[in-house]
Design a protein around this ligand. Sequence first.
Ligand code: NDP
Length: 344
Amino acid sequence: PSRVRALVYGNHGDPVKVVELKNLELAALGGSDVHVRMLAAPINPSDINMIQGNYGILPKLPAVGGNEGVGQVVAVGSSVTGLKPGDWVIPANAGLGTWQTEAVFSKEALIEIPSDIPLQSAATLSVNPCTAYRMLVDFEQLQPGDSVIQNASNSGVGQAVIQIAAALGLRTVNVVRDRPDIQKLTSRLKDLGAEHVITEEELRKPETKNLFKDMPQPRLALNCVGGKSSTELLRHLAPGGTMVTYGGMAKQPVTASVSPSMFLLCRQSLLIFKDLKLRGFWLSQWKKYHGSDEFKRLILTLCDLIRQGQLTAPACTEVPLQDYQRALGASMEPFVSSKQILTM
Ligand code: NDP
């Protein structure tokens, strides 16, 4: 049997400490199985949270890390139809364990994708662009010319939101954390189609309202930070608008509570007088409700955008599997602005 190298964790904890590179044995290929050689797999915040033990679904331990990635079919079991050696596949759901050189997976756990898109796009297709697309389309009926505001706009999801919004004719206001090389980040996001890029501090200034003299106030806000940042997004939403929360990078709650302080009363009155809607989104849940055919349609829609040059992979750093500790460390550092992608 061939030697499989895999990033395995036996306990929850600090990823840099609990994840180890191990040799595993390749499982036998059953009739409904597919032998896959992994090509590339990113390190996403959900992978980190899963290893830490703070996520909506947790694997049985020991587990191979990684929920996303792209692999190439090596061989298929006797009853597998519709997949052949050479095809590209991605995980159908979270929890597959993509941080390994090769594996035998059940056919049901995989979705075929076209192999004519760039490798980095394929490796990062199944989570962030899907999330961005669904949030832009499913919550508010936006028309070309309408605007959307989001925070952590330089995240993988944020970059997909910018590009998909631009492809749909939507205008975006993109909030990022300030940093020494902010100009570089701003121009990179504008090249992707961002109309405005502003810092969290600028968002809090009264002058920010002036942005909406030239563009409609957003009816959709996308929040993956929480805390003060999300309170500010709410402040700029148009009456009746929706804020969708899909992550909590700042590990602070979205504030919409009853409080005697003037600050919070003022925010609370936003909810009352502006009739704002607070919603949540989780792609795993969306897939459960909508099923794999609709997920495949979504993937193909995104592949079309990729081929038309309207959706590129997020800024990435490719790291060989054996240098996983460097990649895990970088994925948890602030202001890195580059998705770590393990290559096998
Ligand atoms: P990336 O790893 O690409 O980017 C992380 C982002 O978070 C960066 O913009 C970073 O900004 C920002 N960030 C990190 N720490 C903080 C902090 N303390 N305060 C404010 N911002 C911070 O992330 P992804 O795009 O892969 O994921 C983004 C979020 O979306 C995550 O929370 C993830 O779990 C969630 N997500 C949710 C999905 C769902 O279905 N609900 C699906 C996909 C993702 P900086 O450059 O300033 O450090």
